[in-house]
Ligand binder design. Structure first.
Ligand code: TXA
Ligand code: MG
Length: 334
């Protein structure tokens, strides 16, 4: 009895092998488990159990037209879930799995409609994180998992971020420390057998294109009505206080408001901000991606009125960072 009550209270569990086993039992029993991946924390449920999957949508307040990614622990499991006729698929997974690459492929019947939001395709990835891989292996099924944030808000890169947004709605949170990549996976789909980039993410575009050749991009324009990428809404990833890119009103704003600033590199001059953070001391986009959401979470909870953010160069992971920042800023544009 006592243990049960205590357990309920102690939702965050260190990701020891014993706790991963416990979490896998929860998955098998149709419950929700938040777990670390190399990109962001995921909110997982048994991907073959429609009722378990429906709990993800409820907990996140996520529209059911927005499909989920299935996470697998073995490359060979891809064939059980999706059609893998296109030869590029194997080139991509040989090079990038386990890792932050999601493939959108024609689905097989075993995948429930709720996972794909009624689409004929399913998104699959093999994460590069020992805790995620062990959890999937022990639960013996693919784990459906979106990022473990409330719909539209900042993505979580620590267990504490998950508690902040979803606390009571998750059965267990496995704490595996900070996510090393820090932005979500790169998503590639296929149109008439041609690869298409649906979301820039944790693998730099240049690296993907070294395998695929130049990719068509399908993520900037008309995302709100893009059937290829149903979940890519025009705003997303937003802190709950206004955020803007650096502009010429900034100095005036710092006189009347508590303004926080997020710089790309360590700034040389200290301006009149209430709080200053930077993403990477020396301007490395990989390091910046790893720090992006943590910095935004910190600024969100620092009693500020407004956040100003410096654009980062759109090379390497800078493309994924700017994709997230543009969407975050969009929410507060007049
Ligand atoms: O790194 C990641 O991908 C993280 C970790 C937890 O794995 N997951 C993640 O999931 O970012 P989520 O749900 O926050 O974003 C998944 C994106 C959504 O934009 C969704 O619309 C898209 O993948 N997606 C899923 N299934 C799809 C499909 N069948 N066709 C097109 N897009 C799909
Ligand atoms: Mg998300």
């Amino acid at each position: 009895m006592f243990e049960k009550a205590f357990f309920k209270f102690m939702k965050i569990l260190p990701a020891s092998s014993e706790n991963i086993k416990k979490a896998a039992e929860f998955i098998k029993n149709g419950k929700l488990v938040a777990f670390p991946t190399e990109t962001v924390y995921g909110l997982g449920a048994d991907g073959l159990n429609p009722i378990a999957v429906s709990k993800i949508f409820e907990a996140k307040n996520r529209p059911t037209f927005n499909p989920l990614i299935l996470h697998i622990a073995d490359k060979s499991d891809l064939e059980k879930l999706a059609e893998t006729g296109n030869q590029l698929i194997y080139k991509l997974i040989d090079k990038f799995w386990p890792g932050p690459l999601t493939l959108v492929l024609p689905k097989k019947d075993v995948v429930p409609e709720i996972v794909t939001a009624g689409n004929p395709t399913v998104a699959v990835r093999m994460p590069d994180h020992p805790v995620a891989l062990e959890l999937i292996k022990l639960s013996g099924r693919p784990i459906a998992a979106p990022s473990a944030n409330a719909f539209g808000e900042l993505s979580p890169t620590t267990a504490q971020h998950v508690v902040k947004q979803l606390g009571k709605k998750v059965d267990i949170i496995l704490d595996g420390g900070s996510c090393k990549v820090g932005v979500e996976s790169t998503i590639i789909g296929f149109v008439n057998e041609e690869p298409v980039l649906l979301r820039p993410g944790g693998i730099p575009l240049e690296q993907i294109e070294s395998v695929t050749g130049q990719l068509k991009k399908h993520y900037t324009e008309s995302e709100d009505s893009n059937p290829l990428s149903p979940g890519r809404l025009p705003f997303h990833y937003s802190p709950n206080i206004p955020i803007r890119f650096f502009d010429d009103k900034m100095e005036t704003e710092t006189r009347t408001k508590r303004v926080g600033a997020l710089f790309f590199k360590e700034p040389g001059v200290k301006l009149n901000f209430a709080k200053i953070l930077f993403l990477s001391k020396n301007g490395d986009t990989k390091e910046a991606a790893a720090n992006l959401f943590s910095a935004l979470h910190e600024l969100e909870t620092s009693g500020l009125d407004l956040i100003y953010v410096e654009p980062v160069p759109e090379t390497g992971l800078g493309i994924a960072i700017m994709d997230r920042l543009k969407k975050a800023v969009k929410k507060y544009e007049k």
